[in-house]
Design a protein around this ligand. Sequence first.
Ligand code: NAD
Ligand code: GLY
Length: 375
Amino acid sequence: MTQGESRQRVRVELGTRSYDIDIGPGLVASAGEILSDLIVRPRVFIITDETVAKIHLGNLTAGLSSAGVAVETFEIPPGEASKSFAHLEQTLAWLLAHGAGRDDMLIAFGGGVVGDLAGLSAALMKRGMTLVQVPTTLLAQVDSSVGGKTAINMPQGKNLVGTFYQPIRVLADTDMLTTLPERELRAGYAEIVKYGLIDDADFFDWLEDNGTDVLALEPGAIAQAVAVSCAAKARIVAADEREAGQRALLNLGHTFGHALEAANQYRPDLLHGEAVGFGLSLACRYSTRLGLMNESAAERARQVLELGGLETRLSACPGGPYAAADLVHHMRQDKKARGAHVPLILTRGIGQAFIHPEADFTDVEHFLSEERSGL
Ligand code: NAD
Ligand code: GLY
């Protein structure tokens, strides 16, 4: 990771598919100049959502046109429903209608929904066109724009159809975050806390002191938090791009979190990052129950999440109270499952997460019943 005042660069090392993540203010306004070496035609394709288009598209278009690059733009409705087969088909049809080829650049300009749909479109288009991620939510800047996972949802579940397809560059412009609703900021903050809990106790300590500055978008603090998060993700992805092992650590808190989202039928009163906030706290508390993590460390984890305005107590989860058996039913559907065996990411302390090979769901259900009644 290289550091300036509030501009930073992180490299994802993947051999010939390595790429840089630029982080800091003003990147969108200079996109044409920054991407000039990577643009082989004087025209790029942008996929965005209607909300981001209204607020920020003019800025990106101007940034590209000042370097002589024209744009074609496709807008999708904001929200998870756009990660569908129907929208994938429309996006691919639009690219074909405009004569997109392999060496054309597709820019995903938006949150994780746009990034996942545009990423999958780029992977499929003529077996792969050039992809640049320009994430505009905090969650997308610290997580979904990095690492190459792309997906759409199916009636059978979330993210069930997708590919691994890496971008050639990521521009995480922290100016974009100033227009983000507070709840969306908090949702991204949960993923930032996750990186401290996984393997970076120093970063966790830093968040205890600087978490409020991060959420206030203090320029140095937000750039530092995004850069450390991206560096953590880059390290794990470089070691295990296709999730054969270690990459599962990035799912800390997610098996519990996904179960809450599924039990709540993905209603918008519980955002993914909010569910991850509950999930991280539950993973720590369950680790304490198993004698792996001491109680004071689990309490610190809860406090850092609550410092960011996230709820952590299961009894306060929107859409609840959920039956423990129902949550366990959803946990068993986890994508990491191998047959009946479902691994669970647990932790021995702050920064000491590990992959527990097989969850004991009878015990998990007892634990969740107790958490549900706030014992
Ligand atoms: P999102 O893309 O739905 O964006 C959230 C909302 O914020 C939307 O309404 C959007 O229009 C709005 N928005 C975006 N940028 C804005 C800005 N700068 N100012 C104002 N409003 C803005 O949600 P998200 O949280 O970014 O992403 C969630 C998605 O990411 C989920 O589909 C999830 O499955 C996926 N995801 C993917 C990965 C991965 O590795 N590929 C990882 C985590 C999550
Ligand atoms: N968001 C988890 C991963 O990219 O693996």
